[in-house]
Each structure stands twice: as C-alpha cells, then as structure tokens.
Design a protein around this ligand. Structure first.
Ligand code: TXA
Ligand code: MG
Length: 342
C-alpha cells in the first residue's frame, strides 16, 4: 500500500484514484477515514469488505460544500422545524466534528446508508480532507480507517498497521487534532437525538437547539453503536478515579490514568520507587497531566494503540469526568472495555 505525504500534488493523485473507484485513507480533524466515492457501489462494497464491517452499519458521507446537500438530502421529508434546525446547526458547527442524520435522496446507494431511509452527513474542518473531497467527487463515504470493532486510527501509521495491503493509498497528514470521532446527531425526526457522543459535546449543541436526547441506556441507538467497539486486542477494565488509585500494582498490567494526580496517588499507594514514577516508563500512561479534556481526547486512541502493542495485559483505564468531551472519551473507553472485573 502506498503512503504519501498530504500535499497538493498527492491530493490530486488521490482524488484521481477515488474517481477511478479506488479506496483512499485520508486524515480528518477527528480520525483517519477510509474514503471512496459515495455513489460508486462497487467501491462501497469494497469498504465493507476491507473493514470486515457488517452491511447493516451505514457509512458517513463527507461533503465540502453545502450545495452538495441537494444531491444527498430529501428536504421534502423534513418539517419546517427540521429545516430550521438544519440551517442553525450547519451555520454553527460546519465545517467541524458534527455528523447530521437526515432523510436521504433515493439516489444515495443503500449500501452507503445500510438500507436506512436516512443518510449521515459530515462537513469536516480539515483543509486536506476538504481539498480531497472537492477534487474527487464532492461526496465521499468514509468510515474510520480501522478493521470493524478495533481502535480508531489517529495517525497514518495506525492505518498502515491495521489495513496494510487492503487500501490503495494512504495520505499522511500527521496526527488528528481532535482524536475522537464526530458526534452523530439525528435530526431526521421530530426531536433531535445524539446517536454517538463525539467531538462536539452535547452541551455545545444544546446551546443552539435546546434539549437534545442522548442514545439510551445500553440500547443500540445507531447501527454502529455496538456494546463492544473501538477495542484493543486485550482486556481493558474501566475504573473511577477512586478505584484506579487504589488498585494494587501489577508488573504485567498497563495503566492509563486520566490525569497526573491519579497517577501520583496510585504510585504513592503502591510505594513505587522514584524511577517507576514517570509515565511512559514502565506501563504507566497519562491522558493529560492537567486533566484537560481536549488534550485527553486527542491522545486517547494514540495511547491505546501504543499500549496494545506492549507485552502488557490487562489494561486498567480511568474514566474521564463525564462532561464535555469526557462523555465521548468514556463512551469509547467503555466500548473498548469488558464488563467482567479482574
Ligand atoms: O469522525 C468521524 O465521524 C469519522 C471520520 C472519518 O469522519 N468517521 C466515522 O465513521 O467515525 P464510522 O463509520 O466509523 O462511524 C459512523 C457512525 C456509525 O456509528 C454508524 O452506525 C452511524 O455513524 N451512522 C451512519 N449513518 C447513519 C444513519 N443513517 N443513521 C444512524 N446512524 C448512522
Ligand atoms: Mg468507526
């Protein structure tokens, strides 16, 4: 598989590949996507095959101009309220990490939407991604570029490690800024509903729309929101801050702390010697020293990839505070984890 630096010349080459029905992995501000022409059914079929993704799990269609909505959305099936909501949300959050689920045009292939009457649409805020979309076909179906159920890629290297040989081209644009996927918000019906927490926190959306329902307790709110997802290859146990600080030290395990104070308290409780106390030395990792949620989200999948490659098991991970981006971080961690306790 070819991996090329993200620059003008290579974006044009990648766009030609997409027009020819090929699959191209490309960076976005959230995670790397595995893109193809949203209207090319054989390319879409290959995306499902490469990802080993069930056909009922629909893809997100990425656009780079509002005018493209005409090709994708059946506005006649939106109420006046729905149209108003769409225009408010587009203005407030696009380009950016918010995906909107809307009634689809009949011409949008069923493969892209998992046979649903709706399509998920996203206008990313990544210059390279936007250029690629504009130069190719204007509408790219792109799931995250990882095998189904596994950790999402936030670097080109993660794509190469996981999908080597299966993708025609990878564009390397460096690490993703946000690090967790877009928020998926369904505005196709009477009341807006978050199907997947992500890069835009619920509170931020509610400032523009009023109260928004969130995917219910353990129920599968979106075809892709399976209980186990975003998972590393080894057991991961989730803990509160109080719990992880009290865990006994095991030389075989890896520990992913939310912030530095949690790591310090754990080291203190276990009387770890000074040489052991640096995160990154041994199997200790900290998402954000100062407990900054933006930094923690940006590092989440990268650190999980790193930990997954270590000869360490199980992984003990600390929950983030359940506000803002912490909700998306906890969603990914709980789907990466197992319910059984060690
Ligand atoms: O940040 C992102 O959204 C990344 C980057 C590459 O843009 N993409 C991404 O795609 O996360 P994927 O395929 O890994 O996740 C798409 C999610 C799935 O949970 C899927 O079930 C949901 O969106 N989805 C797509 N179409 C839908 C629809 N019509 N109704 C409900 N959920 C839908
Ligand atoms: Mg995914």
């Amino acid at each position: 598989m070819t991996c090329l630096e993200l620059n003008e010349k290579n974006i044009l080459a990648a766009a030609a590949e997409i027009r020819a029905g090929k699959l191209v992995a490309f960076p976005t501000e959230t995670v790397y996507g595995l893109g193809c022409d949203a209207f090319n059914t054989s390319a879409l079929a290959r995306v499902f095959e490469v990802k080993r993704r069930p056909r009922f799990d629909p893809l997100i269609i990425h656009i780079a101009a509002l005018a493209t909505l005409e090709r994708l959305v059946d506005f006649s099936r939106l109420t006046e309220d729905g149209k108003h909501r769409l225009s408010v949300l587009c203005r407030a959050f696009w380009p950016g990490p918010l995906t909107l689920v809307l009634p689809k045009q009949a011409a949008v292939p069923d493969l892209a939407t998992g046979g649903l009457e709706t399509a998920a649409i996203r206008f990313p805020s990544h210059d390279g991604a936007l250029r690629l979309i504009r130069e190719s076909t204007g509408a790219l179906a792109a799931p995250s570029a990882n095998p189904f159920g596994y950790l999402s890629p936030t670097r080109a290297r993660h794509v190469l490690e996981q999908l080597d040989g299966a993708v025609d081209l990878v564009l390397d644009g460096g690490p993703s800024d946000i690090g967790v996927e877009s928020t998926v918000l369904d505005i196709s019906g009477a009341a807006p509903r978050i199907l997947r927490p992500g890069g835009v926190p619920r509170e931020t959306i509610e400032a523009f729309t009023g109260p928004v329902a969130a995917g219910g307790d353990g129920e599968i709110s979106s075809p892709g929101q399976l209980r186990s997802h975003y998972a590393p290859s080894k057991a991961l146990y989730l803990h509160t801050a109080v719990e992880i600080r009290r865990l006994p030290f095991s030389a075989d395990a890896a520990y992913l702390f939310f912030d530095r104070p949690s790591f310090e308290a754990f080291a203190e409780n276990n009387k770890l010697s000074a040489g052991f106390r640096e995160p990154g030395c041994g199997y200790f990792f900290v998402l954000s020293d100062t407990g900054n949620l933006v930094e923690a989200a940006a590092r989440l999948f990268d650190l999980l990839h790193k930990i997954d490659a270590l000869p360490a098991e199980p992984i003990h991970a600390e929950r983030a505070p359940a506000t803002g981006l912490g909700v998306a971080i906890n969603d990914r961690l709980s789907r990466a984890g197992t319910d059984e306790r060690p």
